[in-house]
Design a protein around this ligand. Sequence first.
Ligand SMILES: Cc1ncc(COP(=O)(O)O)c(C=O)c1O
Length: 399
Amino acid sequence: MKDSHRSVVRRSITPENAGRPLSPPLATSVMYHYESLSQMQSLHEQEITGFTYARDGHPNAVALADKISWMEGANIGIMTASGMSAITAAFLSVLRKGDSIAAASQLYGRSLKLVGGELPRLGFETRYFHASNPDTFAAAITPETRIVIAEVVSNPMVRVTHFEALADAAKKAGALLLVDNTFTTPNGFNPLAHGADLVMHSVTKMLSGHSDLNLGYIGGNDQELMTQIDDLIATMGFNASPYNCWLAERGLNTFDLRYRQSQENAEKLVGLLENHPMVSKVHYPGLEGHADHALAKTLLHNGFGAMVSFVLRGGRTQADIFLKAAENIPYGPTLGDVATIVIMPAFSSHRKLPREERQALGIEDNLIRVSLGIEDFELINKDFTKALDAVHMAISGPK
Ligand SMILES: Cc1ncc(COP(=O)(O)O)c(C=O)c1O
């Protein structure tokens, strides 16, 4: 007879298992049950470790953060819901009334919106510097500066930060240096080993690699600072979902292979673009003619990355012809995917900036940014050649 004291609603005990699962289990539980009050008390007093409520932490976030921290050389790492929530958490946890912010003039579009719109709205002033020109640091980084933000290689102009001078300027002013290492990845550079206080990633991009999740990571070595950030993340609800962490950990397994193949494709694409009459300029730090090539050689320990930007001859009409003809290369507002993706920053990531500000950053309307994927280069070659030739035909008739 059916036991009337049971209910399917009551949780069942996870079956005993002396073996440990080889691939990481997905832990979706929001709450964790403890046997007694004294066990709970031991947990709160940190005599034992464990999870209580998923917004405060869960196994999938800890496992993933631990791996990224290892790659970055960070003692402590925290996962967040997105790259933007990692950046926002860093700012909100350290800024106090009267503080100001120093920001590189070239940052991801939403980061610029944060430091140029949202944080000034709350009363914080932002001053800008040109990250590859140390002469601009002193005016922006002052004793009032609480936090400095820069990317190692900027989006989308792939300019390289004068890192040593920036870390020095931040230290002298008593400010924290937060570095967005999304573009460069831990394979290219480790900011914490070069004087940064905090490193962050949009894990959405190359670390996870499949454009199927949003996640952020923030890491550092100062226990007190990281506890402050951790607390803010739990309070504001910037926490990462277990499923996204689980999926990203799976993606991370192949990161190193993807990084190498994408970078090799980038180098080959640069060769193609440099020799095509429909391309007026190629931006890639590996090129001798790139403004920051010497700096890139000293900073980047593993090649020059998988991101290439170029200026197409003509204007918007020609850009449309290019994008239509490059039918196998998706136009999408992301990067670091397994497949090659193009965007036009003036119409996506940087569209919220006034045109004059975009142009001052070098972002012309016909700038195309390419995030190289891991396809066989022959496919990329075919698609780009076809698309550039289509522009050529439209401008000057058959070659
Ligand atoms: C360099 C860089 N930083 C931060 C972000 C924000 O990350 P997310 O989209 O995960 O919030 C992006 C997103 O494109 C980015 O390219």
